[in-house]
Design a protein around this ligand. Structure first.
Ligand SMILES: Cc1cc2nc3c(=O)[nH]c(=O)nc-3n(C[C@H](O)[C@H](O)[C@H](O)COP(=O)(O)OP(=O)(O)OC[C@H]3O[C@@H](n4cnc5c(N)ncnc54)[C@H](O)[C@@H]3O)c2cc1C
Length: 428
C-alpha cells in the first residue's frame, strides 16, 4: 500500500488545485481486502476518484483512499449486455478494452480521464437528446460499507432504493466495482459548425439538438455566436440511418478546440471521419492531458424547455461574463430516475462554464449566472462550483429526505461523512 499526504509531503489537492482537502493522508491499497481493513478501522474515510471535482464533495477529515492501485477489472458479460469495471479506473482504461469486445457505453463525458466511480457519484453527463447521465448505465454496485464489509446492490434486487445509491456523492461507502449496461459497438462522425447565432440556437433548439446522436454548442455570450459540435452515429440503435436534419452552414474544414485560439491537437478526430464511439464522443483524446487544471468550472442543469429563455438570460450577462469566461458549453441530457441526478425526472439542458482560475473574480459571476437561471429550475452539478446555499440545493430534489434516511441507515457511524454532504442534506 502507498500512503501520501501532509505528513509526508504537500497538502492533498484536487486536479484544479483550487481545493485543499482536509484529509490527513491518501492511502492507496493494493487489494480489496486491504481497503476493507482501512474502512473497518477508520473513524472517517472517503474515496477520491481522479480528483476532477472543483468543490469539497470528495473531502474528509479522515483519510482519503484512492483505488488506482487495485488490480484493474474490465469483465464483459455479452449475454447480460453488461461490463463490470474497477470503480477507480478512468473511462479511458475501460473503453478500448470494451470496444475490442464489440461493445460500447451509450455515452461519455467530454474528458475520458475521469474515474468511473467519481463520474457516477456526481451525475456526470455527456450530451444527447436520448442519452442519460453516465450513472444511468449502472445496474449493480459492489461497495464497502461502514462496517468494512463488501456487499452488492443491484437494480434487480432492490429496485426501490437502488436509484438512491448510484449518484450518492461518496456518502454510502467505497464503491469497488460497477456493472454498467453496454450495447453493440458503433461508429460516430464529428462535424463542427461555426458562426451559429445564439438567436438561431434558441429558436431552432429542438431541431439543432435533435439532428444527431450527441450535440454540444460552445457559446460566446458577448459576440452572440456559437460553434456546434455534431456527433452522428453512422447507424442508430435500431440500424436506421438518421435523416439529415439541421446541418447549419458548411461544416468547418479544419479541426477546432472548444476554447478558441487553442490548437486542436488534443481533440478527438473531427472533419467527419468515422471512428469508434470512444474516440469521438469525448471532446478530448485519452492519450493527451487536455489542460493543466488551470481553470474553474460551474454548471447548472435546467428543464429542457427552458433552453431558449436561459440562452436569452445569459446573452444579457454577456459583458459581465466575458472577462472571466474561457468557454461555455450547452448540452442536453435525457431524464432518469436516480434520486440525486440533476436530470432526475426531467429532460435537461445543461449550461456549463469553464472559467479562468481566479475564484475571487469568478464566484460573483457564477452567482449572477445562477440568479438568472435558478428561477428557471436550475440544479447545480455536484462536482462543480456553485454560489447556491447548500440547504437550498437539497430542496431542488424530491427524494432528498429519502437520501438522508438512506445515509443514516447505511452509515450509522457516519464514517463516510463530510461537510459538503452534511451541509446540503442537513445531516450534521
Ligand atoms: C476537465 C474536466 C472535464 C469535465 N467534463 C465533464 C463532462 O463532460 N460532464 C460532466 O457532467 N462533468 C464533467 N466534469 C466534472 C467531473 O466529471 C466530475 O467532477 C466527476 O465527479 C469527476 O470524477 P472524479 O473521479 O475526478 O471524482 P472526484 O472528484 O475524485 O470525486 C467526486 C465524488 O465521487 C466520490 N467517489 C469517487 N470515487 C468513489 C468510489 N470509489 N466510491 C465512492 N465514492 C467515490 C468522491 O467521494 C466524491 O464525492 C469535468 C471535470 C473536469 C475537470
Amino acid at each position: 500500500m502507498t500512503v501520501s499526504g501532509p505528513a509526508s509531503g504537500p497538502p492533498v489537492r484536487n486536479w484544479a488545485g483550487n481545493t485543499e482537502f482536509s484529509a490527513h493522508r491518501v492511502q492507496r491499497p493494493e487489494s480489496v481486502e486491504e481497503l476493507q481493513h482501512i474502512v473497518g478501522a477508520a473513524h472517517r474515510v472517503r474515496a477520491l476518484g481522479t480528483g476532477h471535482s472543483f468543490n469539497r464533495v470528495a473531502d474528509t477529515r479522515g483519510d482519503l483512499v484512492r483505488l488506482d492501485c487495485l488490480p484493474p477489472v474490465v469483465d464483459v458479460d455479452p449475454e447480460g449486455s453488461t461490463v463490470t469495471v474497477g470503480a477507480g479506473m478512468p473511462y479511458s482504461e475501460v473503453t478500448a478494452v470494451l470496444h475490442a469486445s464489440g461493445h460500447a457505453l451509450a455515452n461519455l463525458a467530454s474528458l475520458p480521464h475521469i474515474s468511473v466511480a467519481g463520474c457516477c457519484a456526481t451525475g456526470t453527463h455527456g450530451s444527447g437528446d436520448s442519452e442519460r447521465c453516465l450513472a444511468a448505465a449502472v445496474t449493480e454496485i459492489e461497495l464497502i460499507g461502514a462496517d468494512g464489509e463488501l456487499s452488492r446492490l443491484s437494480r434487480r434486487s432492490d429496485p426501490e432504493r437502488f436509484p438512491g445509491s448510484v449518484v450518492a456523492l461518496g456518502a454510502l461507502g467505497i464503491v469497488t466495482r460497477l456493472t454498467l449496461r453496454v450495447e453493440p459497438a458503433f461508429e460516430v462522425t464529428q462535424h463542427i459548425y461555426t458562426g451559429v447565432r445564439l438567436t438561431e440556437l434558441a429558436a431552432r433548439f429542438d431541431e439543432i439538438y435533435g439532428c444527431a446522436y450527441s450535440v454540444s454548442a460552445f457559446t460566446d455570450y458577448r459576440s452572440g455566436e456559437a460553434r456546434v459540435w455534431v456527433k452522428r452515429r453512422t447507424t442508430e440503435r435500431d440500424g436506421r440511418v438518421r435523416p439529415p436534419g439541421w446541418t447549419g452552414e458548411t461544416p468547418a474544414d479544419e479541426a477546432h478546440h472548444p476554447i478558441p485560439g487553442i490548437p486542436a491537437t488534443h481533440c478527438t478526430q473531427q472533419l467527419g471521419v468515422p471512428g469508434p464511439w470512444f474516440e469521438r464522443l469525448p471532446h478530448f483524446r485519452p492519450e493527451f492531458t487536455p489542460s493543466s487544471g488551470d481553470e474553474l468550472q460551474s454548471e447548472v442543469l435546467l428543464p429542457r424547455a427552458a433552453a431558449p429563455e436561459a440562452l436569452e438570460a445569459l446573452r444579457s450577462l454577456g459583458e459581465r461574463v466575458a472577462p472571466v469566461l474561457r468557454i461555455s458549453e450547452v448540452r442536453t441530457v435525457a431524464a432518469d430516475d436516480l434520486w440525486l441526478s440533476p436530470a432526475s425526472g426531467r429532460d435537461c439542458v445543461a449550461f456549463h462554464f469553464t472559467w479562468v482560475k481566479d475564484p475571487g473574480a469568478v464566484l460573483p459571476v457564477v452567482a449572477a449566472v445562477e440568479e438568472k437561471l435558478l428561477p428557471l429550475g436550475a440544479r447545480p452539478h455536484w462536482g462543480k462550483l456553485t454560489a447556491m446555499e447548500p440547504e437550498r440545493i437539497a430542496s431542488l430534489y424530491e427524494r432528498a429526505a429519502d437520501f438522508r434516511q438512506l445515509v443514516r441507515e447505511r452509515d450509522p457511524r457516519r464514517v463516510f461523512a463530510n461537510d459538503f454532504v452534511d451541509e446540503v442534506f442537513g445531516l450534521g
